[in-house]
Design a protein around this ligand. Structure first.
Ligand SMILES: Cc1cc2nc3c(=O)[nH]c(=O)nc-3n(C[C@H](O)[C@H](O)[C@H](O)COP(=O)(O)OP(=O)(O)OC[C@H]3O[C@@H](n4cnc5c(N)ncnc54)[C@H](O)[C@@H]3O)c2cc1C
Length: 452
C-alpha cells in the first residue's frame, strides 16, 4: 500500500510537519503496512482523529498510520452492553448508533471526535473519573499489531501488555480492535445542578463536600480574576436523567443523538481575536450570565459533554501561531499548590479561554496513564510571548506537588520533568521493549521527551 506525504499537526495546530500517511481499510492492509515498515527499518506511529493537542500523533518526515478507515463494528452483545470494534471507530459514531438503543459510552472526553484507539492510547478521562475511572477501566481486551504480528491483550491474562498500552501513547504498537463495555441509559439527557462560586477556595470546598453525589462534575474557572475573586467559577454537576425527569417535549424522543454539526470556522484566522482583553470580557460575561447561587436544569448529552463540538474546526480561531493546552493533576492534599498555580496564572495574566477543573478518583494500573487521585486543571492558552517561561514555572510547581502533565495535551515538557512526573516509566519501558524490541513505534512526543 502506498503512503502520501501530507502536512499534519496536533489539535493545537503547531508544530506542523510532513509525514508519510498510510490509510489502511482492512486488517490485512494494516498488517502489511506495519510489516513493510519493519522490514525497511523505518519508524511509524498510529493516528486517530488528531485531537491530541501536541506532538503525540505524528512523526516528522516518517510514517504515520491513519486508522480512521478501520471503523467497523464487529460484534454487539445487547445483554451485556459489550461491543467489539475496530480502533478507528469514533465515539461520535458510537453515540449516534447506540444512544437510541439505550447505551452510552462509559467515559467521554470533552470532544466526541476521538477514535476508540486514540482514547485507549491516551487512556482518556471524562467528567466522571471520580466515579467511573478512565476509558481503559471499561475495556476487557484489545488486539495489538506489532512487528511480530497480532497479539491479543486481555486485561486479566496479559496485565503487563495491557498496562503498557493503556495511556502508552501508541508506542507499544497499533491497537487494531477493542472490546468495550457500554453503559445502559434511559435517556440522552442529564439533570444538571449549576452553582456559581465566588472563588477557588470555596469551589474546592464545594466540590469536596458534594462531588460524591454526582456522577459528573466539572468547574469552569476564570483564571484572570484576582484577590477575593481568585478562581471564581461556575460548577456543573450532573446525574443521568431518567424518563420520569423529562417533560413532555423531550419524552417522545427521549434517547436521540442526531445532533447536527452547526457552524464551522471556514479558515484560519489571520489574527486571533482571542487576546487578554477579549478573554477577560468573555470570562466576566460567562460568570455573570450564570444565575447567582444554585440552579437546576435538564440538558442533552451533546451540549453537556461536548459544548465545543457544535463549532467545527474551532481551533482555527487561534490563527497561525496556534495554541497549547496545559493540563496537570496534583494530589488531593495539594490544594494550597493548586491555589498557588492559579495565583501565578492570574499574576502573569496568562489568559485561558477555557480553564476547567475536575477531580480524579484513584489511579488505575496503566504505567503512563495520566489520571491519579486529585485535582486536574486544563487550560487552553494561545501561544504568546513569555508563555514558555510561565509554563516552565508551572512544571516546577507541578513536580514539587508530586503532580504530572498529560501527554495527550503536551507539546513542550522536558525529559527531566517527565521522569519525576511518571515514576513507572522504567517499568513501562521494560514491557514496551518486549512488545517492540526494534523500536519501530515512535512519535515526536516520544523523541522530544526521551520516553523511549
Ligand atoms: C476539545 C477537546 C477536549 C478534550 N477533552 C478531553 C478530556 O476531557 N479528557 C481527556 O482525557 N482527553 C481530552 N482531550 C484529548 C483527547 O481525548 C485525546 O487526545 C485522544 O487521545 C484523542 O483521540 P484521537 O483519536 O484524536 O487520537 P490522536 O490524537 O490521533 O492520537 C492520540 C494518541 O493515540 C495514539 N493512537 C491513536 N490511535 C491509535 C491506535 N489505533 N493504535 C495505537 N495508538 C493510537 C497516537 O499515536 C497518539 O499517541 C480533548 C481534546 C480536545 C480537542
Amino acid at each position: 500500500m502506498l503512503g502520501h506525504y501530507e502536512n499534519i499537526s496536533g489539535w493545537g495546530r503547531t508544530p506542523q510537519y510532513q509525514s508519510k500517511i498510510f490509510r489502511p481499510t482492512s486488517s490485512a492492509e494494516l498488517r502489511s503496512v506495519v510489516d513493510s515498515i519493519a522490514a525497511n527499518n523505518e519508524n511509524v506511529i498510529g493516528r486517530g482523529l488528531g485531537r491530541s493537542y501536541g506532538d503525540a500523533a505524528f512523526l516528522a518526515g516518517e510514517n504515520v498510520i491513519d486508522l480512521n478507515f478501520l471503523n467497523r463494528i464487529l460484534d454487539v452483545n445487547y445483554d451485556s452492553g459489550e461491543i467489539l470494534v475496530e480502533s478507528g471507530v469514533s465515539l461520535d459514531s458510537l453515540m449516534r448508533i447506540f444512544v437510541p438503543k439505550g447505551y452510552f459510552v462509559p467515559v467521554t472526553p470533552g470532544t466526541r471526535y476521538v477514535t476508540v484507539g486514540g482514547a485507549l492510547a491516551s487512556d482518556v478521562h471524562g467528567k466522571n473519573h471520580h466515579i467511573d475511572g478512565s476509558i481503559s477501566d471499561h475495556i476487557s481486551s484489545f488486539t495489538l499489531i506489532t512487528e511480530n504480528g497480532q497479539t491479543t491483550v486481555d486485561k486479566e491474562l496479559n496485565q503487563e501488555y495491557f498496562n503498557a498500552t493503556r495511556g502508552g501513547m501508541g508506542l507499544t504498537g497499533i491497537i487494531e480492535t477493542v472490546k468495550l463495555k457500554l453503559v445502559p441509559i434511559e435517556t440522552s439527557y442529564v439533570n444538571v445542578h449549576t452553582t456559581r462560586v465566588q472563588n477557588l477556595e470555596a469551589l474546592i470546598k464545594t466540590m469536596k463536600d458534594t462531588d460524591d453525589n454526582y456522577k459528573y462534575s466539572v468547574a469552569w474557572i476564570d483564571c484572570l480574576s484576582k484577590g477575593q475573586f481568585l478562581g471564581r467559577s461556575v460548577l456543573t454537576q450532573a446525574n443521568d436523567a431518567l424518563l420520569g425527569d423529562l417533560d413532555r417535549s423531550k419524552i417522545e424522543n427521549a434517547r436521540h443523538f442526531n445532533t447536527k454539526s452547526g457552524l464551522s470556522i471556514p479558515f484560519e484566522f489571520p489574527i486571533s481575536p482571542l487576546n487578554k482583553a477579549t478573554i477577560k470580557a468573555f470570562n466576566t460575561m460567562w460568570y455573570f450570565k450564570t444565575k447567582k447561587g444554585e440552579t437546576d436544569s435538564v440538558e442533552h448529552f451533546a451540549s453537556f459533554f461536548h459544548p465545543l463540538d457544535g463549532i467545527g474546526e474551532w481551533n482555527r480561531i487561534y490563527g497561525k501561531t496556534g495554541f497549547t493546552q496545559y493540563q496537570f493533576v496534583v494530589p488531593d492534599n495539594k490544594e494550597a499548590e493548586l491555589i498557588e498555580i492559579v495565583e501565578l496564572l492570574a499574576k502573569k495574566e496568562v489568559s485561558s479561554f477555557l480553564a476547567v477543573l475536575k477531580r480524579f478518583g484513584p489511579k488505575n494500573g496503566g504505567y503512563l496513564s495520566f489520571p491519579t487521585k486529585g485535582w486536574t486543571l486544563a487550560l487552553d492558552i494561545a501561544i504568546q510571548a513569555g508563555l514558555s517561561e510561565v509554563l516552565d514555572q508551572l512544571d516546577d510547581l507541578v513536580v514539587n506537588a508530586n503532580g504530572r502533565v498529560y501527554f495527550a495535551k503536551d507539546a513542550r515538557v522536558s525529559p527531566n520533568h517527565i521522569h519525576k512526573m511518571y515514576p513507572d516509566i522504567d517499568k513501562w519501558r521494560t514491557v514496551r521493549n518486549k512488545l517492540d524490541p526494534n523500536r519501530i513505534f515512535t512519535s515526536n512526543l516520544a523523541l522530544r521527551t526521551k520516553l523511549i
